[in-house]
Design a protein around this ligand. Structure first.
Ligand code: SF4
Length: 364
């Protein structure tokens, strides 16, 4: 056995957190939890996980779930293409593997949305297959223990870490070893390492050299793009207009208040009126600004300016658009009913913050 294996396994047995997805670690449970954990921290993921598993306890349930219900379960986690891919994969699992995720790394890796890390996590945790499972925690621990002095996300460090993560797995112990490495990174060998309580302290090269805070070596930072967008809440005869975005677009399949990017030389007010004309064909006027929502995605910083709108000419009845340029469906709904629709995170923030959705009379 490699020198780090025994102390790590012992430490993991004594210190592992009791997480819901560790209680009955089926391949499906691990899959759902791992995809969620790519998007949020453990504490934040637990309520989403419990709700998702209660609603969709098996891959067969996920395979047939209605798209809106699925997106609603995912709302708040973002990156909806991940849950869309999970549903595609669940359908393949039902058609080709009898409803259970395959007990084989390569077969798992071939499913939509399952990459090296997720395939490794499912294969090793659920089936004890001796394959590595390299996430940010494992990169941090191994780059410190073996003093890897080049950026961990780039070659040659990337391959070296994967080779180490494979070679270090003790026979028959993939499940506990892989989880132990990740848990050590999550609880002890964190950004600011707590070496005095680390089971690998005596074996850790970077600690021995006193340079553990200089590992892992970071890569180049990705450029951040600022985006100015607008949206409009059109209130007419007590109803609000929403549309469902095209499947292939960002936020595909979610409902939204129409809007879009502010173009150069345009004011946000001009942009919202133009977008409504282009997307829905309605001539609208601004009633008042409602909110300014700031939202960050990996390399994007979005500023969303939101307005309450009215229809020009105040027509009788709620008009139906002749054509939708950026959407597959639309509805006029009672403002209070917005809660039932899966929305992109910034639009959800708007709906949650704005009194118009609790008390539509406040906007008339
Ligand atoms: Fe991380 Fe410190 Fe343990 Fe090395 S000794 S693995 S730097 S916590």
């Amino acid at each position: 056995m490699q020198p780090i294996a025994a102390p790590l396994l012992q430490w993991f047995q004594a210190n592992k957190r009791l997480l819901p997805f560790r209680q009955e670690p089926s391949a499906y449970h691990i899959w759902v939890s791992e995809i969620m954990l790519q998007q949020t921290r453990v504490a934040a993921a637990i309520p989403y996980y419990n709700r998702f598993i209660a609603a969709l306890p098996t891959p067969a349930d996920l395979a047939v779930c209605e798209p809106d219900a699925l997106r609603k379960l995912w709302q708040g986690l973002g990156y909806y293409n991940r849950v869309n891919n999970m549903q595609k994969a669940a359908r393949i699992v039902c058609e080709q593997y009898g409803g259970d995720l395959p007990a084989d790394y390569d077969a798992l890796r071939s499913l939509p949305g399952i990459g090296d890390y997720t395939a490794g996590a499912i294969a090793s945790t659920a089936y004890n297959e001796e394959v590595p499972c390299v996430d940010g925690n494992v990169e941090r621990v191994l780059s410190r223990v073996f003093d890897i002095d080049t950026p961990v996300k780039e070659e040659p460090a990337k391959s070296r870490i994967r080779e180490l993560a494979q070679a270090l797995i003790p026979k028959g112990e993939a499940r506990n070893f892989n989880q132990g490495l990740m848990e050590l990174g999550a609880l002890v060998c964190r950004k600011k390492p707590e070496c005095e309580r680390c089971p690998l302290a005596g074996l850790c090269e970077s600690r021995h050299l006193g340079i553990q805070n200089e590992r892992p070596v970071p890569g180049k930072k990705a450029a951040v793009t600022q985006i100015e967008v607008v949206c409009g809440v059109l209130l007419h005869e007590g109803k609000v207009f929403i549309q469902r975005r095209n499947e292939k677009d960002v936020w595909g399949g979610l409902w939204e208040f129409p809007g879009g990017c502010v173009e150069p030389g345009e004011t946000p007010e001009q942009a919202v009126a133009r977008e409504w004309m282009e997307e829905v064909g309605f001539k609208v006027a601004i009633v008042r600004p409602l909110d300014v929502i700031r939202h960050n995605y990996t390399t994007y910083r979005i500023t969303l300016r939101c307005y309450q709108l009215r229809l020009e000419g105040k027509p009788k009845g709620c008009p139906v658009p002749e054509e939708l340029a950026e959407a597959t469906a639309c509805q006029w709904i009672a403002p209070q009913d917005i809660e039932a629709f899966p929305l992109p995170a910034p639009h959800r923030k708007l709906a949650d913050n704005c009194s118009l959705f609790d008390n539509p009379a406040s906007g008339e």
